[in-house]
Design a protein. Structure first.
Length: 666
């Protein structure tokens, strides 16, 4: 009996063991479905959180307009902003803008322009440009996630960490909320796609991914020349993924390096015409200090994004005009070398820290001002791509510490959550600084009250956009007390006098601007406008011609001269100008209106009729166009049609003389 019970117990145990083995086997066989489901959910949640946080952070951008800092150069005064015909596309791909060759960036702005331009009001809807920038930034955030996820073996934690910091960091606001910085969000979009395709090539060794990587690399270069660093980052990826540096590894990158060299040389040549300062301005040693300062500046701002400015002037770096530096700045190279030494020492344990640190350095190297480009020692926009490296570095440090101290994870998660929320709040407030030129330059003045450009541009904003001349004069009074040697200051001061109808004072101010800078296009143009207002047309056209000689592509200048032709009775010249505008921007009803007026005055009545009809097709309730068409038809002796359009003009509120109505009724 006892023996039978023992046998039963043994059989039960065997049965349990068999079931346990079966369950384990099922878990091994089943994971690919269940684990995949869990993974997909995590991935989906990460992407949704990234999308929501970026949208929340940049929500205030919907209220932002067009600023007077480079936005006119890129959009409102850019002659390429018009219809996408063959002539314009050729111009886009053959003409640098603002000392940069980035045709794809300009093409994207032209596409925006055509959808943003309101034919009825003749105004631009800035929201179209801003939404496009935010959309690309959102896509870039998702691409950062994908890039890190593929690079580190499909681990969602580091990918989410890096992508979130990239998406909501306030240092990136300048690249996103500034219309003129479309080049940043666009080049990084293709830059990341190129790297992602390259990682796929390494993982699968399919040539189509290398070809795709090369193709989108070209698009990145066409968006901004700083994309030349792509092949160096590729070598860095090879190192992280432990690829052997065989002949094949080098050969596959030759086309990338050739393109980098070509675009790099081209960028230097273009920017040497004004953007790059003379090497002798700073000594070689000072340039090293400036480079170290920039390298450490962006690291500090990564962790403490406070006192952010759209303009960090050089004089905030030097003690005085003799370019003497504070004593502490001489220690910056030592600090930078110390960081590099620590990172190199970490190679004994891991390659990750070196990869992240070097990614940051390579992505930043071209804008560290060793060759001084522009008027600032640093700029928030320069951090857009490099912060991917810093965010990776921070995560790898956390990972390294968490392996030794498990309890660190909870504290780190809490700190990360608090830090991220703080970044979102700061980003929202930073976006609001780009609402208009007044907010933008007030921020600069609050931080750096010695910056002349800030007073000049803010004064210009108050005068031109708000017509608040007393407030504008307060800013220019500050500049006069500074004894400004900036020709633009005196040119803008002339604008204010002109708006106050003090034309002689305006001409004097423009004359002073020209004395400071004989190549100041704006001063010649504005003095020409002043002469035209005083009916001194001969002097006006001398200045117009000089301004166009200096800047032949300035569309705003040509528009102003064309209108002056109309006022001066030079109708043939006016028609030639408006023919040019219509060939480039054929959707602007103002051009047809003015050409119609010129045609009418030359008694080219049929041409005038066509022009006024074109205006009405765009703006059916334009009273002036309706009346002009009526008057033209009456001259053509088409009285019935003339009466119909005169009545329409009166119905929309245009003043139509009853005597005229009776004359065409009879």
């Amino acid at each position: 009996m006892i023996m039978q019970n023992k046998k039963k117990i043994a059989m039960v145990k065997q049965g349990k063991d068999f079931l346990n083995k079966q369950n384990k086997q099922q878990k091994k066989n089943k994971p690919n479905s269940e684990k995949q489901m869990v993974f997909d959910k995590k991935l989906l949640y990460c992407l949704l959180i990234l999308i929501v946080t970026v949208i929340v952070a940049y929500w205030p951008v919907k209220d932002n307009g067009i600023t007077n800092w480079d936005d006119p150069t890129y959009v409102t005064e850019n002659p390429m902003m018009g219809e996408l015909n063959a002539e314009n596309i050729i111009a886009i791909f053959s003409t640098p803008v603002s000392l940069n060759y980035h045709p794809l960036t300009i093409l994207s702005l032209v596409i925006n322009y055509n959808s943003a331009f309101d034919k009825i009001t003749g105004k631009l809807n800035a929201v179209v440009f801003h939404r496009t920038n935010v959309l690309f930034h959102l896509l870039n955030t998702l691409l950062v996630f994908l890039f890190i996820w593929l690079l580190l073996g499909k681990k969602w934690q580091p990918a989410f960490f890096v992508a979130l910091l990239f998406g909501v960091h306030p240092m990136h606001v300048e690249s996103v909320a500034w219309i003129a910085e479309r080049k940043d969000v666009l080049y990084v979009f293709f830059y990341l796609l190129s790297l992602i395709a390259y990682i796929k090539y390494i993982k699968e060794y399919k040539s189509k991914f290398l070809i795709l990587s090369f193709f989108v690399f070209i698009l990145s270069l066409f968006s901004k020349a700083v994309a030349v660093t792509v092949p160096i980052i590729m070598l860095l990826i090879d190192y992280l993924l432990d690829r052997k540096f065989t002949l094949r590894v080098w050969l596959e990158k030759i086309p990338f390096f050739i393109l980098s060299f070509v675009f790099g040389v081209m960028a230097i040549r273009i920017q040497s015409h004004g953007a790059i300062s003379e090497f002798e301005v700073f000594s070689f040693y000072q340039r090293i200090i400036v480079t170290c300062y920039g390298f450490l500046f962006y690291i500090v701002k990564f962790f403490a994004p406070i006192n952010l400015s759209t303009y960090y002037p050089y004089h905030s770096f030097f003690i005085d005009k003799t370019l003497n530096m504070p004593f502490g700045f001489h220690l910056l190279p030592i600090l930078m070398l110390s960081l590099a030494t620590i990172v190199l020492y970490s190679l004994r344990k891991t390659r990750k820290l070196f990869f992240a640190f070097t990614f940051y350095f390579i992505a930043l190297a071209l804008v560290l001002q060793f060759l001084s480009v522009g008027q600032v020692i640093a700029a928030d926009r320069y951090s857009y791509l490099p912060y991917i490296g810093l965010a990776m570095l921070l995560y790898f440090l956390y990972e390294f510490i968490a392996e030794k101290y498990k309890q660190v994870s909870i504290v780190a998660f809490f700190l990360f959550a608090v830090f991220s929320i703080g970044l979102i709040v700061k980003t929202q407030s930073q976006v609001k600084l780009w609402k208009n030129s007044g907010a933008l330059w007030t921020n600069v003045i609050n931080l750096y009250p010695q910056v002349e450009m800030a007073y000049k541009n803010r004064g210009n904003y108050f005068a031109r956009e708000l017509n608040d001349l007393p407030t504008a004069m307060k800013d220019y009074d500050v500049l006069i007390k500074m004894d400004s040697k900036d020709a633009g200051v005196w040119s803008n001061l002339g604008n204010i006098y002109g708006l106050k109808n003090e034309f002689n004072k305006a001409r004097h101010a423009y004359g002073k601007a020209i004395a400071i800078d004989s190549a100041n296009t704006e001063a010649y143009m504005n003095r020409a406008i002043t002469y035209a207002k005083q009916k001194l047309y001969d002097s006006a056209f001398i200045d117009f011609d000089k301004a166009l000689e200096l800047n032949p592509t300035n569309i705003s200048l040509r528009e102003t001269r064309a209108y002056s032709y109309l006022e001066a009775g030079k109708f043939t010249e006016a028609i030639e100008e408006y023919n040019y505008f219509i060939s480039r921007r054929g959707n602007n009803p103002l051009y047809f209106m003015n050409r119609g007026i010129a045609n009418f005055n030359l008694n080219k009545l049929e041409n005038a009729r066509i022009d006024f009809q074109k205006v009405i097709s765009y703006q059916p309730h334009n009273g002036q166009a309706l009346f002009n068409l009526s008057f033209t038809l009456s001259k053509l002796n088409i009285k019935g049609e003339a009466l119909k359009f005169a009545i329409k003009a009166k119905e929309v509120g245009y003043q139509v003389n009853d005597v005229y109505l009776k004359s065409i009724e009879n």
